[in-house]
Design a protein around this ligand. Structure first.
Ligand code: ARG
Length: 457
């Protein structure tokens, strides 16, 4: 195949080089955006009289035909045509003759690939945002269903204070909301058209960049052609948002793994979303959750990969930039599959609410409530903490629960303790009285559900 740069060359490109430099094996997935961008570009060339209306229409007709061929699997991508841009342009010229060669007027693959990537990331970001929204809704429904279910809240993986399961689940809805907002914010910077920057310097031809931007639905136009062909910060932002998002998913996955252990017995994962062992017949393994946790590594790696690729690049375009695609594609695929599988698994999870309730009360988890009782009697919190610590130690030594202490036993630790202490030491009371904004009381949680419900939309 003749290269578009053949005029300047006397030797044929080595096969080794062709294989080394190709990107068609992975950038073929940009075909839809490449053609969409080319059609808009051809329309503009025709409108501006840079090429004739007839040529423009002929080019667009050819491009649409190629799109149909790719869609129906009749198109053969060729490695010696290097990338998606040259594969499509070559097919166009084969189809409509030398007129096809007019499409690349006032354009370079440098602004073309930046355009394709922005169109791709714009579509995928929107897709990921809607998957996050779905997961938020599923979590919100689960929280509503288990609004009053008590469970132990943890710090340091030690039982800390009783909380509502709904409250715990809503914490993830909040994280996901910020993940969405970050992606939505990045969309603003993705949604800027680089086309018209050409190789790096712009063009002498009378192009209309605003027109192409409008055709492709871009909100802004890049203002510096050198910047537009050489930066990928919008993609790095995307990868960074995705890394934070999957970190959240991974933490949730980790909790599902823990909660489904015999040691916890808080949940049972649905059969359809677990796997068995090839040797141990009794096993039911949380592989799906483990893989979400495991895939986090590559999503972090993809961010580091592109940051590292970029760090030493002089302006403007360098071929190194071709290395942006694999990490971007991999992160898009990974994050989408993790969101989808988690969303599918969640509704089938059985919560062992009895076990959660039992464990919520163990380990003197209402000790802080006793300390706050003392605070209400005017004792400084530090002192109240110390007194309660002594009560806990006494209970441990005498194998007693708080409720088993008589009022006289309580009073030995502090004379200010009154009978109403008994209305603070049960887990239900403990939770009910956490009425502060954002706290774990059913009323506060109901407010959170309402707020998130309208936020999520
Ligand atoms: N396949 C290339 C990439 O992904 C397209 C741009 C190539 N431009 C060039 N001047 N070699 O970055």
């Amino acid at each position: 195949m003749k290269k578009p740069w053949a005029g300047r060359f006397r030797e044929k490109t080595s096969k080794i080089v062709e294989h080394f430099t190709e990107s068609i094996s992975f950038d073929n997935r940009l075909w839809r955006y490449d053609i969409e961008g080319s059609i808009a570009h051809a329309k503009m060339l025709g409108k501006q009289g840079i090429i004739t209306k007839e040529d423009s229409e002929e080019i667009i007709r050819g491009l649409k035909e190629i799109a149909r061929e790719i869609e129906t699997g009749r198109f053969r991508f060729k490695e010696d045509l290097e990338d998606i841009h040259m594969n499509i342009e070559n097919a166009l010229t084969k189809k409509i003759g030398p007129i096809g060669g007019k499409l690349h007027t006032a354009r370079s693959r440098n602004d073309q690939v930046a355009l394709d990537l922005r169109l791709y990331l714009r579509a995928e970001t929107k897709e990921i945002i809607s998957l996050i929204k779905k997961l938020q809704k599923t979590l919100l429904n689960t929280a509503t269903k288990y609004l009053n279910t008590l469970m132990p809240g943890y710090t340091h993986m030690q039982r800390a204070q009783p909380v509502l399961l709904s409250h715990h689940l809503l914490a993830y809805v909040e994280m996901l909301q910020r993940d969405r907002e970050r992606l939505e914010d990045t969309l603003k910077r993705i949604n800027i058209i680089p086309l018209g920057s050409c190789a790096l310097a712009g063009t002498t031809l009378p192009i209309d960049r605003g027109y192409v931007a409008k055709l492709l639905g871009f909100k802004g136009i890049s203002e510096n052609s050198i910047d537009a062909v050489s930066d990928r910060d919008f993609a790095i932002e995307f990868l960074s948002n995705a890394a934070i998002l999957i970190m959240h998913l991974s933490r949730f996955a980790e909790e599902l793994i823990l909660w489904s252990t015999e040691e916890f017995r808080f949940i049972e994962l649905p059969d359809a979303f677990t796997t068995g062992s090839s040797i141990m017949p009794q096993k039911k393994n949380p592989d799906v959750a483990e893989l979400i946790r495991g895939k986090t590594g590559r999503v972090y790696g993809n961010l580091l990969s592109l940051l590292t690729t970029m760090k030493g690049l002089p302006l403007s375009y360098n071929r190194d930039l071709q290395e942006d695609k694999v990490p971007i594609f991999d992160t898009v695929d990974t994050v989408k599959s993790c969101l989808t599988v988690l969303n599918g698994m969640l509704p089938g999870i059985k919560f062992n609410t009895e076990r959660m309730f039992e464990t919520a009360g163990e380990g003197y988890s209402t000790a802080t409530d006793i300390a706050e009782h003392l605070v209400r009697k005017g004792i400084p919190f530090r002192k109240a903490h110390e007194i309660t610590g002594e009560i806990v130690l006494y209970c441990i030594k005498n194998r007693k629960q708080f409720r088993e202490l008589s009022i006289n036993e309580f009073k030995k630790f502090s004379p200010v303790i009154t009978k109403d202490i008994y209305s603070y030491i049960e887990v239900e009371d403990s939770v009910k009285t956490k009425t502060s904004r954002g706290g774990t009381s059913p009323d506060a949680v109901k407010k959170q559900i309402r707020r998130l419900g309208s936020l999520i939309g």
